[in-house]
Design a protein around this ligand. Structure first.
Ligand code: V47
Length: 373
């Protein structure tokens, strides 16, 4: 068991001392500890603890990648079920879109497509597009961009394709892997607890089904990410339950690469909430994730969501990855994000350096990338 000599429990406020001792000793945090993390007013001290763990795992390295997001369609049969989602539209609505295959491939080629190491591809659950269309999309991307890893389809989409084609999750994933799929992003997890799911995304894949898609993916050797959407109607115990369920699956499979806490954005959706999360709340979620998910290697501060400025601070609160260049982001910008659409590689490196960390460009599987000068 690793110890953390930099942590002196007596230097923490009283309620955090037992937690600090556990972190110092490398002991696993339990539900009550996780609750404390979500409730303590001492967020800066929580950050100190998370930073100690983050530095043990990654030293002063902070990762980013050169990626591009592509959303082939926002048409989604769950538009009215997922009340928190500002991205989805029903067929025929003025803001609905559906790209052709040529448009997807052309989008991938825009702005340095040949430099991209990862395409992040997610979309709505389209009522008509067949799985064969998506397989051709992946094959076409692989042909045109052999250097790029295809991180595509949330567990929700995988569940939808399986249901539509009347095949198993395993068969669905195997067909996509044969077409070029490299890994799954972490979206669609939201909050697992049924009390919350009923309110924000009734009828969508439930927790067991979401976890099963990732379990099967891990069994096939695919790495995946995991997320938690916070800052809406959830209570602390729902978030504790969520993190514990992710940690349990990771104990079982080891297949999660990274955890990404996602801050709820309230514009243009049916949930009827008006508040954005605050900076300190975002930092608390990042720190808590780093402390509780002791078996997940990476915690991302997704700059699109928290802004590049707060992402810099998050690197000292447990995060070791800022995500990537992104180029064109839709999901958060339709929900009111005011961040820019893209961060060039040089700017990401500057943001990381000025926060006191060493930038390392990575591929999707966190292998360092060395580029010619
Ligand atoms: O599943 C949707 C969330 C997710 C809103 O795996 C919203 O590397 C806030 O999963 N406010 C998609 N959040 C984004 C996602 C992601 C992002 C970056 C990296 C990775 C990765 C994954 O966005 C959805 C949902 O949880 N979302 N609407 C909203 N109004």
């Amino acid at each position: 068991m690793k110890t953390h000599p930099a942590i002196a429990p007596e230097s923490f406020p009283e309620p955090l001392r037992p937690l600090a001792a556990k972190v110092r000793d490398g002991a696993r945090l339990d539900e009550a500890d996780a609750e404390l993390c979500f409730e303590t007013p001492h967020v800066l001290h929580l950050g100190r603890l998370a930073d100690a763990v983050r530095r043990r795992l990654h030293g002063d390295v902070a990762y980013y990648n050169v990626n591009r997001h592509i959303n082939p369609t926002n048409i989604c049969v769950y538009t009215y079920n997922c009340k928190f989602c500002s991205f989805a539209a029903m067929k025929g609505e003025p803001h609905a879109w559906q790209m052709s295959l040529e448009e997807v491939w052309a989008k991938a080629a825009e702005q340095g497509g040949n430099e991209v190491t990862e395409f992040h591809i997610v979309g709505g659950l389209h009522p008509d597009l067949s799985m064969a269309w998506y397989e051709e999309m992946l094959r076409g991307l692989k042909e045109r961009f052999p250097q790029a890893h295809l991180k595509a389809f949330t567990a929700i989409e995988i569940g939808w394709f399986a249901k539509r084609e009347k095949i198993s999750i395993e068969e669905t994933l195997k067909r996509f892997v044969a077409a070029g799929l490299g890994s799954l992003p972490g979206g669609g997890a939201e909050i697992f607890h049924p009390e919350v799911r009923e309110v924000i995304c009734d009828g969508k894949l439930d927790a067991d089904e979401w976890l099963e898609v990732h379990r099967v993916a891990h069994g096939l050797g695919l790495k995946t990410n995991c997320t938690m959407l916070y800052g809406h109607v959830e209570k602390v115990h729902h978030k504790v339950d969520h993190l514990m369920r992710l940690r349990d699956l990771q104990d079982e499979t080891g297949g999660f690469n990274a955890f990404i806490p996602l801050a709820y954005h309230p514009e243009n959706n049916y949930l009827g909430l008006k508040y954005h999360t605050t900076g300190l709340d975002d930092l608390r979620h990042i720190a808590t994730a780093r402390l509780v998910l002791d078996n997940v290697a990476h915690v991302k501060a997704y700059w699109v969501m928290v802004t590049p400025k707060l992402a810099q601070v998050a690197l000292s609160f447990g995060a070791d990855d800022l995500d990537g260049t992104v180029v064109e982001e839709t999901i958060y910008h339709m929900a009111g994000a005011e961040t820019q659409q893209a961060l060039p590689r040089r700017e990401l490196e500057r943001v990381i350096r000025e926060a006191g960390f060493t930038p390392v460009e990575r591929d999707t599987l966190y292998r360092p990338i060395v580029r010619a000068a």
